[in-house]
Write a protein that binds this ligand. Structure first.
Ligand code: UD1
Ligand code: UDP
Length: 373
């Protein structure tokens, strides 16, 4: 009889947690096959804890590395050292990492140094531009080099891995686990006091946090948002502010107190997914939001010059608008006034999977059992 596979999930930020939730559930569902441990680096604190609380996940270990205004070098060093201790004590058969954060890369590097197998969830996304997004593009490329099994969300992502000379039998197309999580959160009868206040008016949901947007691009984005609400008194903007102090400083200076712009604290994932489902359109530089919104049939204007989520653009659910003020105003107005462009974008499509990615990941781990034991 096979012994149970020791799988350690490692994550540190809000989006990794949201996408790891269904994976942990799928592994824990099969206690006969998997011994599952959950390690968090604590790269994020409050925003990570929000997800852990929502889904009642109690980590077996928490490195608690977050510092206010942390820089990449120190963050990487802290995670590398912390994960070395964890790996030396726990010796899992395989570690699962997700996405493209500093936690993803540093935990993978630490696993490699300890000769522990690595499974990379959401593998193969690419812009092939070193600094866009920064540091995520290189984090995911370097993680791909270290990983033993690659869980690609789409065929396109799998093709990127093949072009990058990853072994074909080490790549599994699974869909994105973010879609699995949506199934746990979105409810037709959802209500919230802020949504009640907005009532029958229209609302745009705005999120921003990318490093490359901090500074001038954020100023242009925020000026555009002010212009949009000034043009129509029936339009509201809801902006759950990321906890990065650089983002908050700019948002506070430019948007705080502006009529019908609601700067609020980060929403729990349950609240946020339901706000997404009810929004007239979403403006964002987030990666995860670009994946979730098409499955909810809500148009997204992507506030970036380049995206690795090309599938959503191709099916017409996302539009890459960049960060120029005039273009953002023009595109948001077109959507709010429900021009033909809105109708085309609001169809529900599933370019990132059918919500069963986590079970595909668990199955693939068992099929390749001999690789890790
Ligand atoms: C990180 C990831 C980014 C991901 C994003 C998701 C890296 C380098 N960046 O970016 O890929 O898209 O998370 O949100 O891995 N902070 C808090 N509380 C929190 C979270 C953040 O106070 O719960 C503040 C801290 O001052 C922290 C700062 O935000 O130093 C920046 O956090 P960090 O994880 O370094 O970068 P993000 O921009 O959040
Ligand atoms: N999200 C959330 N609360 C918020 C804003 C976003 O739970 O107030 C969720 C969102 O649904 C998505 C994830 O957080 O699943 C995206 O996180 P973020 O934009 O911080 O990171 P990225 O995806 O860009 O790495």
């Amino acid at each position: 009889m096979k012994r149970r596979l020791k799988v350690m999930t490692v994550f540190g930020t809000r989006p990794e947690a949201i996408k790891m939730v269904p994976v942990i559930a799928a592994l824990k569902e099969d206690v006969g096959s998997f011994h599952t441990t959950v390690v968090v680096t604590g790269q994020h604190r409050h925003m990570l804890d929000q997800v852990l609380t929502t889904f009642q996940i109690k980590p077996d270990c928490d490195l608690a590395v977050m510092q206010t205004g942390q820089d990449l070098t120190n963050l990487t060093a802290l995670i590398l050292q912390g994960m070395q201790r964890v790996f030396q004590t726990e010796r899992p058969d395989i570690v699962l990492v997700q996405g493209d954060t500093t936690t993803t890369f540093a935990a993978s590097l630490a696993a490699f140094y300890e000769k522990i197998a690595i499974g990379h969830i959401e593998a193969g996304l690419r812009t092939d531009r070193k600094y866009a997004p920064f540091p995520e593009e290189m984090n995911r490329q370097m993680t791909s080099v270290l990983a033993d099994i690659h869980f690609a969300p789409t065929k396109r992502a799998a093709a990127h891995l093949e072009i990058g000379n990853r072994r074909k039998d080490s790549i599994v197309v699974t869909g994105n686990t973010a879609i699995d999580t949506l199934k746990l959160t979105v409810r037709g009868d959802y209500t919230h006091p802020l949504l009640q206040k907005i009532g029958d008016n229209r609302f745009l949901l705005l999120t921003v946090h990318r490093r490359e947007n901090i500074g001038e691009p954020l100023q242009r984005i925020f000026r555009a948002m002010k212009e949009i609400v000034m043009m129509d008194r029936h339009v509201h903007v809801v902006c759950p502010l990321h906890l990065n102090p650089l983002v908050r400083k700019q948002a506070d200076a430019m948007l705080r107190g502006v009529e019908r712009i609601h700067l609020i604290e980060p929403l729990s994932v349950r609240d946020f997914h339901n706000f997404m489902a009810k929004a007239d359109a979403i403006l964002t530089d987030s990666g995860g939001v670009q994946e979730e919104a098409p499955s909810l049939g809500v148009p997204v204007l992507v506030l970036r010059d380049v995206t690795e989520r090309v599938e959503g653009v191709e099916v017409g659910a996302l539009k890459l608008v960049g960060t120029e003020e005039a273009r953002i105003v023009e595109m948001a107005s077109a959507l709010l006034n429900k021009h033909a462009v809105y109708e085309k974008m609001r169809q529900v499509r599933h370019p990132y999977g059918d919500g069963t990615a986590a079970h595909r990941i668990a199955k693939a781990l068992l099929q390749r059992y001999d690789w890790w034991i």
